[in-house]
Every structure is written in C-alpha cells, then in structure tokens.
Design a protein. Structure first.
Length: 84
C-alpha cells in the first residue's frame, strides 16, 4: 500500500487510504501476499452496477499510476533489507 500510495503522490494526486469491504480477488490473494487496490472515481458514485462509468481522463490517470507503481515496485524483503 505504501508503494501504491507513492505512485499516486508521484502522479501529483492526494493519496486517500480507506478500508474497503470489497472482496474481489483480494480475498483469495490475501493468503499469498499483501494486497492493495487502486480505486477510480465512478460517475455519481455508482459502482458494481450496469450504470457504473468512469471518464477517459480518470482511466488514463489510473493507468499512469499503475505504471509508476509497477516500474518502481520493490519486493517486501528488499524493502526490509534497505532499512538495515
């Protein structure tokens, strides 16, 4: 989550952390690894509904954030070794 937050900040956006009850694939992956999610704004706040929609601008921002995250991703044990 810290690395994802850094990618958001590096894109010039204010990071917002929130607890989500959204299960998605995160519930299955949680047994294997830490999980973080990047949420995009939905038109009128409607989510998980046929009326759900995002703007092309927000989609582009999401892609840029994820590219930043992937390009700078460090494995957890590598992060722990950096602080030594």
């Amino acid at each position: 989550m810290d690395q994802l937050e850094t990618a958001v900040t590096d894109e010039g956006l204010p990071p917002r952390r929130l607890f989500s009850g959204a299960g998605h694939d995160a519930q299955a992956m949680n047994a294997l690894t830490d999980v973080g999610m990047l949420f995009l704004r939905c038109k009128a706040g409607v989510s998980h509904n046929p009326d759900e929609a995002i703007t092309a601008e927000d989609a582009g921002t999401g892609v840029r954030v994820m590219l930043r995250f992937l390009r700078s991703f460090k494995k957890k044990n590598a992060l722990e070794n950096e602080s030594v």
